[in-house]
Ligand binder design. Structure first.
Ligand SMILES: C[S@@+](CC[C@H](N)C(=O)[O-])C[C@H]1O[C@@H](n2cnc3c(N)ncnc32)[C@H](O)[C@@H]1O
Length: 308
């Protein structure tokens, strides 16, 4: 196993906080991160490209894998490679890792440091912005994300339906996993939990990083699954939730009326007329995801939402 301080020394860099560079230097944290993947239920994590036919579904329970598929791990923000090294160790000889790194100096170091693994076809280094490059078809991701774009990256990964273990700023992590009725609960909680069961598995002190970030960090495990409600138009559902949370102190009745410019509803008054009075008196932060979904379905039917 490569020593994280040794990697930083060989790379000859100091992490630049202005470029979201906080390298993990605590071996115990690095060792634990990949292990969090294993608690996702493999039978529920088939990914978006799964092509199960109805006939195959009948035998799904017999063929469901009993371990998480680590055959192609994705890491966003490779840095000096301390986590990359752990991910390579996790897999078998035939398993692969792809790492995306925007900083050209760091990408170049990764290509030199891991040249044996690259030659063996076990590691691919993609130099570029994780928000722009084409991502491979990965089976799971473990990443210590660049905090400045952690939200955008997460919502690029979540729709892929793969298990994710991701590091965030503590406060952001708490909002992702929050339950209705708490002050942390909001648009981020509903959008995250639309795609996955989200659990904050560990808080990480600043000292685990070099240089230390300004605030504490936290690891979130995201196990993909279908939500326990149905929405016909996912884009509208997410836009509607976003709109209603811009008025989280108002009743849902007023929030529907006041945010049509965000939700795209042509006829917000028709939605108010058709919705259940109990729901209309609630505030967004008391609404469970399934209640948002039911309201979004109703709004789709009677409120004439515009596309996009
Ligand atoms: C928090 S550091 C993690 C580094 C390493 N994985 C570790 O744990 O020590 C985030 C890394 O993401 C890189 N980065 C920042 N913005 C990025 C982006 N938009 N796309 C890809 N990588 C990015 C930074 O250069 C940095 O190496």
């Amino acid at each position: 196993m490569r020593d994280p301080d040794g990697l930083i020394a060989r790379a000859g860099v100091r992490g630049d906080p202005d470029r979201d560079q906080h390298f993990l230097v605590d071996d115990r944290v690095l060792d634990r991160l990949p292990t969090y993947l294993t608690d996702c239920d493999p039978a529920r994590t088939t990914g978006t490209e799964a092509t199960t036919t109805p006939a195959e579904t009948a035998t799904e329970t017999e063929t469901a894998p009993d371990t998480i598929d680590t055959s192609h791990l994705l890491e966003i923000g490779g840095g000096t490679g301390a986590l990359t090294d752990r991910l390579l160790e996790l897999g078998t000889e035939t398993d692969r890792v792809t790492v995306v790194e925007r900083d050209s100096e760091l990408a170049s170091f990764l290509r030199t440091e891991f040249s044996d693994e690259i030659d063996a076809g076990r590691l691919t280094v993609i130099e570029g912005d994780a928000l722009e490059v084409d991502l491979p078809e990965f089976t799971a991701s473990v990443s210590n994300l660049p905090y400045g774009v952690s939200s955008e990256i997460t919502f690029r990964l979540l729709p892929e339906g793969r298990p994710l273990v991701l590091m965030f700023q503590q406060e952001f992590a708490e909002r992702m996993v929050a339950e209705p009725g708490t002050s942390e609960y909001g648009r981020l909680s509903v959008s995250t939990q639309h795609y996955a069961d989200a659990e904050l598995v560990e808080s990480i002190p600043k000292e685990a990083f070099s240089p230390s970030p300004a605030v504490q960090s936290a690891v979130v495990r995201l196990c993909p699954r279908e939500p326990d409600y149905e929405v016909d138009d996912e884009d509208f559902f997410l836009r509607f939730v976003k709109a209603l949370f811009t008025q989280r102190r108002k009743t849902i009745r007023n929030a529907i009326r006041n945010t049509a410019h965000i939700s795209g509803l042509d006829a917000p008054e028709s939605v108010v007329d058709a919705a259940d009075e109990d729901l209309l008196q609630k505030r967004a932060d008391a609404m469970a995801p399934a209640e948002f979904a039911a309201l979004a379905e109703l709004a789709s039917d009677v409120g004439a939402p515009a596309d996009g």
